[in-house]
Design a protein around this ligand. Structure first.
Ligand SMILES: Nc1ncnc2c1ncn2[C@@H]1O[C@H](COP(=O)(O)OP(=O)(O)OP(=O)(O)O)[C@@H](O)[C@H]1O
Ligand SMILES: [Mg+2]
Length: 502
């Protein structure tokens, strides 16, 4: 058994500022297996992987590679051993080409001259792209700035295999991918597995984990609760292990009777969307379906004033509204939780309290004086309500786990007490327990009279939660489905979402 392990951790522990995040973790990855790592937001998944990559250092424990203890002080050590990681957040160097990025710092030279042999560089990259069946989707000379997230990921995978990696870590690789891109990634993972690479696969998506993995490990509150063969695991068992209690699956129902139309868009156009019209009523959850790039986020960003609208009109409560800046939208009671929490959602260097209250400063100041006690209490309340895993609201946002950052974004929006809330991929990267809480909260808010617009790429979520669904493609609304009377099928939605796309 032991000899087929490529990589093993033994008794790895880690604390941040006196708070224990990992407890004596024994974890292993075998040759040619996909080992899924699951756990709630903040369970310690990314931290364990960053220790393996030399980004963080363990307080105790050891790492064995091919049976021998190794010291990994920096990422270079891990890469040299043959371990690489595709991070939760991708940071490519935009000015470079794909080939330059893949062989960064290891470029082939012309003879012994200090001149890069670009022909060879591109050929080496092309060979790898062909070997991993990506050559039809990405080429060596493409510029990084022109790539989609899926293509950047392909580049990262090619980079990983170019180091002859024996272990590749993927931290939530599919969270920004469309269904067809996800399928493509799975094919690549199968090729990696067949060539003996061990893949550590972190994901919150149960179906994916069951489709792909050979073994599943569950982390809870920094402890490894169990490692189980996929063949012996069930979804319910894994969920119960993750959250430490049984959890009802399924979607809560919105019983609100839709009231007056609160928001209406009439023929709005802008960069990436054309002649979009829709209405949403009080108490209604309106879903927006579409593939990545359909123009859903672009439309909403223009409606709340992040981007410019070229033409069209917006009505709030039947009155024509002019939104030139997000603060105009806030005054009208419209708030948006952006899908890109890094650029729009959060100030990563500030603490949770500041992030939650930033849009609300007016609420706490009277005659120019801030009511700090009230501010703190409300922030604490809402952070607990969203079950943000934290030591306190003075924690720095950038140190939170991916999913917990997302919860802070939602908390921040809720605290503005909006009439209309626009959620762009609200459950991306969120664990099962927290997802259920967010769904419950959405229904509660709708039943309290709020209008909710939800953009989502997860079909089951869209169908499970929406009262009505609009499908967009190529920047236009292609179809509308009443999802109350009769549940819309995935096929119907997909057909509409593919209209006008080749
Ligand atoms: N640099 C840091 N400083 C302080 N605390 C940190 C730091 N990095 C991580 N943590 C804390 O460690 C805990 C584990 O975080 P980690 O990112 O490993 O979670 P995760 O399992 O990857 O969650 P998610 O599914 O949300 O991505 C969290 O409570 C987080 O706040
Ligand atoms: Mg993480």
């Amino acid at each position: 058994m032991a000899e087929e392990c490529i990589l093993q951790t033994k008794g790895i522990s880690k604390s941040f500022f006196g708070v224990n995040v990992l407890n004596e973790i024994d974890f292993s990855i075998r040759r040619g297996e996909v080992h899924a790592l699951m756990g709630e937001n903040g369970a310690g998944k990314s931290t364990l992987m960053k220790i393996i990559m030399g980004i963080y250092h363990a307080d105790a424990g050891e790492i064995l590679f091919e049976g021998k203890p190794v010291v990994i002080r920096e990422t270079k050590n891990a890469l040299d051993l043959g371990i690489s990681m595709i991070h939760q957040e991708l940071n490519p160097i935009p000015e470079m080409t794909v080939a330059e990025n893949v062989f960064l710092g290891r470029e082939p030279h012309v003879g012994r001259l200090p001149i890069v042999d670009f022909k060879k560089l591109n050929q080496m990259t092309q060979d790898l792209l062909e070997k991993y069946e990506m050559a039809d989707r990405i080429s060596p000379q493409m510029h990084m700035s022109s790539l989609s997230i899926a293509q950047i990921q392909m580049m990262e995978i090619i980079k990983a295999v170019s180091y002859n990696s024996k272990v590749i870590i993927m931290d939530e690789p599919t969270s920004s991918l469309s269904e067809s891109e996800t399928k493509q990634l799975f094919k690549t993972i199968d090729l990696l597995r067949a060539s003996g690479v061990g893949v550590i696969y972190i994901s919150h998506r149960m179906a994916e984990v069951f489709e792909l993995s050979d073994r599943i490990s569950v982390l809870r509150d920094g402890s490894l609760i169990e490692t189980i063969d996929r063949a012996h695991a069930t979804t319910d068992h894994i969920i119960a292990t993750m959250v430490g209690r049984a959890l009802s699956s399924g979607y809560p129902r919105n019983h609100a009777v839709p009231g007056e139309v609160i928001l209406e868009a009439k023929g709005v156009s802008g960069a990436g969307f054309e002649d979009v019209s829709f209405q949403v009523s009080a108490g209604e959850i309106l879903g927006f379906a579409g593939l990545v790039g359909a123009g859903r986020s672009e439309t909403m960003r223009a409606i709340v004033g992040y981007d410019r609208m070229k033409s069209g009109e917006i009505y709030v409560d039947g009155r024509r509204a002019a939104v030139r800046h997000p603060s105009d939208a806030l005054k009208l009671g419209i708030v948006m939780a952006s899908e890109d929490r890094k650029s729009l959602g959060l100030i990563l260097c500030r603490d949770i309290k500041e992030n939650i209250s930033i849009q609300n400063e007016r609420r706490y100041s009277r005659f120019g004086f801030m009511n700090h006690r009230q501010e703190r209490e409300q922030c604490e309340g809402i952070a607990h309500e969203m079950s943000v895993k934290m030591n306190g609201i003075a924690d720095i946002a950038g140190n939170l786990s991916g999913g917990n950052q997302q919860k802070v974004v939602l908390a921040k929006c809720l605290l503005t007490h909006p009439k209309i809330m626009i959620l762009d991929e609200p459950t991306r990267g969120i664990d099962v327990g927290a997802k259920a809480e967010i769904y419950k909260k959405m229904v509660e808010l709708a039943e309290g009279g709020m209008a909710i617009i939800m953009i989502s790429s997860e079909m089951p979520e869209l169908i499970g939660m929406s009262d009505r669904i609009l499908a967009m493609s190529g920047g236009r609304v292609r179809a509308e489905f009443d999802n109350r009377e009769r549940q819309t099928s995935q096929a119907e939605i997909l057909r509409a979402a593919l209209k006008g796309v080749e």
